[in-house]
Design a protein around this ligand. Structure first.
Ligand code: SAM
Ligand code: SF4
Length: 372
């Protein structure tokens, strides 16, 4: 089983918190042509069979002309062998959701859609410099619901201006609209993003850490009441509707990434394409190297396993890790795991180490303690 990720590096407007690779220029066709060449070249010599998931992410794939998206999909099918039940997702922004786009995406072959809502509160959306408003988001979800059984919405908490009340409003909307899948992220402030600079210059106020922690608790209890399974730290779904593409990442499956900034993984090497649209185009056109690679050491492989599995509902399976990598984490990190259990940050379920609700809030600290 392998996944394909296509990175579409364009957005209409820059959100202040975003650290993903994108440009607001409009040379969509040029980039898509280079992505088509990259797929044909297959310079990383990936085996191209048994593809179980395809994900068009970004940036904002929904702003690209559908004729270009169709060309990429045709090239993927021409160059790879795709499983019949393949999950095929497109990321979209609410202001791009029209009946015509939905119809075209279904015709092209998408069977799942991921919508970036962030919040239903107009004041918070404005502070984040989002292009859409509450009404756009609600009307988009209503349209998507009619055509896609499998779709997801992205929500963020801990954003400037957000409170317990704004979050309660978001949760009421979620209950009304009842999407099958929701990714809920706590806002990360990355260096070099506009929000980082705004905070430093006192131009924007972030919520306190105690408020963010309260928001986290409210999300956990309310989502459970609504019948969602918290199958990964940021991911909630109704029974059987988890994201298969993301689950593959967390289960150490291979993936091929095409497009500027896209990452690939073949269980031995990690590859990352250059994060610059112009350079990507030039290097592809001139058949020059457009990516870097790193061979993973055993320690890196063990730590990847720990870091990804600890995020999931099943957690780290001690025997499975021992079988794959020849180490017994329970022995190697005995004192740390004992301490984290006593502090109610992790629990042992049989052979598995799983995060508690308390642990989920300080996952970075836990990862630091149990990686090797
Ligand atoms: C790469 S974006 C692409 C989706 C689409 N362009 C959009 O913004 O709606 C995927 C999701 O990542 C989340 N995200 C982006 N930057 C984030 C940050 N700094 N902290 C937490 N979540 C973030 C947002 O919820 C966003 O919807
Ligand atoms: S959050 Fe989405 S729409 Fe906003 S800049 Fe990032 S990729 Fe673009």
């Amino acid at each position: 089983m392998s996944g394909i990720y296509i990175h579409i590096p364009f957005c209409k407007k820059a959100c202040i918190y975003c650290d993903f690779h994108f440009s607001t220029l409009k040379n969509h066709k040029e980039i898509i042509n280079s992505i088509l060449v990259e797929i044909d070249l297959n310079q990383k010599e990936f085996k191209k069979n048994n593809i179980s998931t395809i994900y068009f992410g970004g940036g904002t794939p929904s702003i690209i002309e559908n004729s270009l998206i169709k060309k990429v999909m045709q090239s993927i099918h021409k160059n790879h062998s795709i499983q019949e039940e393949c999950e095929i997702t497109i990321e979209a922004n609410p202001d791009d959701i029209t009946d015509q786009n939905i119809k075209s995406w279904k015709e092209i072959g998408f069977n799942r859609l991921s919508l970036g809502v962030q919040t239903f509160n107009d004041v918070c959306l404005k502070k984040l410099n989002r292009i859409h408003n509450r009404e756009d988001a609600i009307s988009a979800i209503k349209k998507i619901k009619k055509e896609f059984k499998n779709y997801s919405i992205d929500i963020m908490f801990g954003t400037p201006g957000s409170t317990i009340e704004t979050l309660k409003e978001d949760l009421i909307q979620i209950k009304k609209l009842n999407p099958p899948h929701i990714s809920i992220y706590s806002l990360d402030v990355e260096k070099k993003t506009p929000i980082h600079k705004m905070i430093k210059n006192n131009k924007i106020k972030m919520p306190s850490s105690s408020l963010v922690s309260e928001q986290f608790d409210l999300i956990s209890t309310e989502m459970e009441k609504m019948g969602y399974i918290n199958y990964e730290i940021s991911s909630f779904c109704k029974e059987g509707l988890q994201s298969r593409h993301n689950s593959n990442y967390w289960c150490n499956e291979k993936y091929i990434g095409y497009g500027p900034g896209a990452h690939s993984y073949d269980k031995k090497y990690r590859y990352w394409n250059i994060r610059d649209n112009e350079k990507y185009i030039n290097r592809i056109n001139n058949r020059q190297p457009f990516y870097e690679q790193e061979k993973l050491t055993d320690t890196q492989k063990i730590n990847e396993y720990i870091m990804t599995r600890i995020r999931t509902k099943e957690g780290i399976n001690i025997s499975d890790l021992e079988k794959r990598m020849g180490i017994n984490l329970m022995t190697l990190k005995k004192e740390e795991i004992q301490f984290l259990s006593e502090e109610l940050m992790v629990e042992n379920f049989g052979d598995n180490i799983v995060l508690t609700e308390k642990g989920k809030k300080i996952i970075d600290h836990i990862v630091e303690k149990i990686t090797v």
